[in-house]
Design a protein around this ligand. Structure first.
Ligand code: NAD
Length: 430
């Protein structure tokens, strides 16, 4: 059992804290957002992540998981402090490290003994050293080791990803500190890789950049498929069964979004430029994704002629299914462009409506997919939530004013849709 502090009560911080508490550790979560901590103290999670509410509540009730806005409550007595704060995109595309540096400085200012500071946020290569320097500026008395332990969980399956990781990556200048962090993961029976700190930091960026590359790759193939009458969905399936290739992240669609891929590919490209290397492949990945995200509106314009005064429905708003996260969601760009061109936009999402309301105030929100489609001139399937896979499509067509459906995630069968009388447009399939 270890005493652990987790700085940042977001998707990563809360998953880390709840899982480490579930493994028997004493964990205290610190966040500067008073409202989040107020809710957490009442055992209410402030975002949607399947299963996390229950694990959080169980461990909080058992007294293993606590919440505070005060570093002074959490840092003294902690052997290990995880930093899991946001590292958003900075002005030039590089990662903004302000939150990480602020967290490191405040940890250092509240030390009453030695500690290991573990960086879980996704950070540029060399940030471990920056964190060490910040800590040294605010504390010269107690020994502090800095360790990198990038997180690979996916929103929507965060608990399973944390508890059954493909691998745990740990990086440090000091082997003993790395091994102490590795001990926390021993109950998981996972492969634990201990690298130097720069390599560990790079594994995270390289992994996200590679997954984004697969998405842009299949999207480029999809663009070609449309021109040669091939079906990109089946091409992805046919490629994916090759064990050298694998099936994941080979689905053509309206591009990647979310809080990680867009900013991490950009940040890695910025790191390369900073070291005077021109990252041609990463730039192409970003360019393809930018164009892909404009496709839904282009296809609507092709089908409807003008968008002015048309009613367009959006199925799904979150950047992917099983989360309420709206960061860099393709729906934002699509809805804003449609509104700009004079359309009326209606939307439904199983989890993200509350978050969407502040980001997309011009959109009308409905309680289900049929209410979105009623009287609409077109519908765009934006996020492939399971409930959209099982709609009564005949009913959907009946309630629409014009039966145009742009399937941004290729979840419907083109032949069946046309048979039902829809004007159907998928991505990379005619
Ligand atoms: P988030 O925005 O959901 O949460 C960050 C939290 O940190 C917020 O609650 C914020 O109030 C808090 N915070 C900011 N500054 C603070 C400070 N000085 N002290 C205490 N709390 C502070 O972020 P997230 O999605 O959990 O991501 C965190 C990091 O993990 C990022 O670097 C991200 O790239 C990385 N990551 C995210 C995911 C994911 O799926 N979300 C997956 C892997 C890695």
């Amino acid at each position: 059992m270890s005493h652990i502090a987790v700085v940042g009560a977001g998707y990563v911080g809360m998953t880390t804290a709840a899982c480490l508490a579930d493994l028997g550790n004493e964990v205290c979560v610190i966040d500067i957002d008073q409202e989040k901590i107020r809710l957490l103290r009442r055992h209410r999670l402030h975002f949607y992540e399947p299963g996390l509410q229950e694990v959080m509540e169980r461990n909080a009730r058992a007294g293993r998981l606590q919440f505070t806005t005060s570093y002074g409550d959490a840092i003294p007595g902690a052997e290990i402090a995880f930093i899991a704060v946001a590292t958003p995109e900075g002005e030039g595309g590089e990662a903004n490290l302000n939150y990480v540096e602020q967290a490191a400085a405040t940890i250092a200012g509240n030390l009453t003994g030695p500690i290991i500071v573990v960086n879980k946020s996704t950070v540029p290569i060399g940030t471990g050293d920056v964190v060490s320097q910040v800590i040294q500026r605010h504390n010269t008395y107690f020994p502090v080791e800095v360790v990198s332990n990038p997180e690979f969980l996916r929103e929507g399956s965060a608990l399973r990803d944390f508890m059954e990781p493909d691998r745990v990556v740990i990086g440090a200048h000091n082997r003993e500190a790395a091994e102490q962090v590795a001990k926390l993961y021993e109950p998981l029976n996972a492969s634990i890789l201990i690298y130097n700190i720069y390599t560990a930091e790079m594994v995270k960026y390289a992994s996200n950049a590679f997954l984004a590359t697969r998405i842009s790759f299949i999207n480029e193939i999809a663009r070609i498929c449309e021109r040669v009458d091939a079906d990109a969905k089946l091409v992805g399936e046919g490629m994916g069964l090759d064990r050298r290739i694998g099936s994941q992240f080979l689905e053509a669609g309206i591009g990647y979004g979310g809080s990680c891929f867009p900013k991490d590919v950009k940040a890695l490209a910025a790191i390369a430029e900073q070291y005077e290397y021109h990252p041609e492949l990463l730039n192409a990945v970003m360019d393809i994704n930018r164009d892909q995200r404009r496709l839904a509106v282009e296809k609507l314009r092709e089908c409807l002629g003008t968008l002015r005064d048309q009613i367009v429905g959006l199925f799904g708003l979150s950047f992917k299914p099983n989360t309420d996260d709206m960061r860099e969601a393709p729906s934002l760009e699509i809805a804003r462009e449609l509104l700009k061109r004079g359309a009326t936009v209606r939307a439904y999402d199983p989890a993200a409506i509350e978050k969407a309301k502040t980001l997309l105030p011009g959109v009308e929100y409905r309680r289900n997919a049929y209410a979105v489609a009623r009287g609409a001139d077109a519908v765009v399937l934006v996020t492939e939530w399971n409930e959209f896979r099982h709609l009564d499509l005949a009913k959907l067509k009946r309630v629409m004013r014009r039966p145009v459906l742009v399937d941004g995630r290729n979840i419907y069968d083109p032949g069946q849709m046309r048979g039902l009388g829809f004007v159907y447009r998928g991505i990379g399939r005619n």
